[in-house]
Write a protein that binds this ligand. Structure first.
Ligand SMILES: *Cc1c(COP(=O)(O)O)cnc(C)c1O
Length: 409
């Protein structure tokens, strides 16, 4: 199947009633015909469901769909994007281990990484992640490299080909957060990433009606490297399924952040229109970025699809279908930024991205308020910076709203 067909039919498992949508199985537990059968399900020797914290038919359906779309082997969902990132990272590290991460991160991920110090895990943040900078910080204790495809909100474009080649040559697992770009724009596993994560709360769901996250496992063979000796029982028993098998057997079960079956249903519905939405998000974002770069009240516009962006060449190389739906711009002062926000009528001032609606926020005072000044600098967050998640309204109406808010400054 090609991409758009997969969004609608990929890896479908229907229930036999003829229902065209996966039903919502709102049942915590499942009865079986014999004690022997339930024993086998618990041992993983038979297919079937036991308890919805572990697995659920609607949730499985969503996981299978995303695995298909990302060309992954298997996917595991979680109750939020943050819990997906937490599970994936904690599946890899123990006290004494090290991580290398791009500093162009979502605020919550930055603090998650920073807080790993409390369990004795050291994180090296790289402002410019590439083979040279990576080489200077990796060692035998490095368990993973983490980066976002396009950083939120720094909008730095990862050279995913170069970074994944480095990770392959050194047998280090590469985990990519592709929330900002979605499989419509890039499939990180095709470039050699081992794990791809989404906050499905954003573009995958598409209309912001449910929080969720997903971890897609490529089925990497890196876990047989001596670096990953704690994976040994899993590589022996499950081969290329080692990462997911360990996840389900340890941290996944310990923490239990199950995606609600109802949210899985909403995500399954939302993802069907991913291509149509992303195409419009990208087109509108480019139009607005061009408009803003011609307005003298704007100090700086950052959008990887603009020729003036330092990431333009990388964006052209990896993002042939568009440069995403997010842009940032600076207004000279926090006072101007707040005035502008208060002048807007159509664009909503709130914390979210990837909705059909246009959304704006002042990151420094909100989503990054838990970050220190030095962290904000590394994340590309300035006092006068606004982040706009461009919706799929008619672009003329979005521009008119921006235009009138700017005129009042
Ligand atoms: C929103 C977001 C997250 C966190 O996802 P939640 O579903 O809000 O927990 C992680 N990474 C990126 C890039 C995000 O935009």
């Amino acid at each position: 199947m090609k991409f758009n067909t997969k969004l609608i039919h990929g890896n479908a498992r229907l229930d036999g009633t003829g229902a065209t949508n996966t039903p919502v199985y709102l049942s915590n537990a499942y009865a079986h015909t014999s004690a022997e059968k339930l024993e086998k399900i618990f041992q993983g020797k038979d297919m079937g469901y036991a308890y919805t914290r572990i697995s659920n038919p609607t949730v499985t359906s969503f996981e299978r769909r995303i695995a298909s779309i990302e060309n992954g082997m298997v996917a595991t969902s979680a109750s939020s994007g943050m819990s997906a990132i937490y599970l994936a990272v904690m599946n890899m590290v123990e006290s004494g281990d090290e991580i290398v991460s791009s500093s162009g991160l979502y605020g919550g991920t930055y603090t998650l990484m920073r807080n790993l110090k409390s369990i004795g895990v050291k994180v090296h943040f790289l402002e410019n992640i590439n083979p040279d900078t990576l080489k200077s910080v990796i060692n035998k204790k490095t368990k993973l490299v983490f980066a976002e495809t396009i950083g939120n909100p720094r909008l730095d474009v990862l050279d995913i080909g170069a970074v994944s080649k480095f990770c392959k040559d050194n047998n280090i697992v590469l985990i990519i957060d592709s929330t900002m770009t979605t499989p419509y724009l890039i499939k990180p596993l095709e470039y050699g990433a081992d794990i791809v994560i989404h906050s499905t709360s954003k573009y995958i769901n598409g209309t912001s009606n449910s929080i969720g996250g997903i971890i897609v496992d490529s089925g990497s063979s890196k876990y047989t490297d001596p670096r990953y000796e704690n994976f040994l029982p899993y590589t022996k028993k499950y081969g290329k399924m080692a990462f997911t098998a360990k996840l389900k057997d340890t941290i996944g079960r310990d923490v239990g952040p199950a995606l609600s079956p109802f949210n899985a249903f909403l995500n399954l519905t939302g993802v069907e229109t991913l291509s149509l939405r992303m195409k419009e998000h990208c087109k509108n974002a480019l139009g607005i970025a061009k408009y803003l770069s011609n307005n003298d009240k704007i100090v700086d516009v950052n959008y990887p699809g603009l020729e003036s962006s330092r990431y333009y060449d990388l964006a052209q190389k990896y993002y042939k279908n568009g440069s995403g739906g997010i842009l940032t711009f600076r207004l000279g002062s926090k006072e101007n930024a707040f005035k502008f926000l208060n002048n807007l009528k159509l664009i909503l001032d709130l914390t979210n991205i990837g909705d059909t609606k246009s959304i704006i926020i002042h990151p420094s005072s909100t989503i990054c308020s838990n970050n220190t000044d030095e962290e904000k600098r590394q994340m590309g967050v300035y006092e006068d910076l606004l982040r706009l998640s461009v919706g799929i309204e008619d672009v003329e109406d979005i521009i008119a709203d921006i235009d009138s808010a700017l005129k009042e400054l």
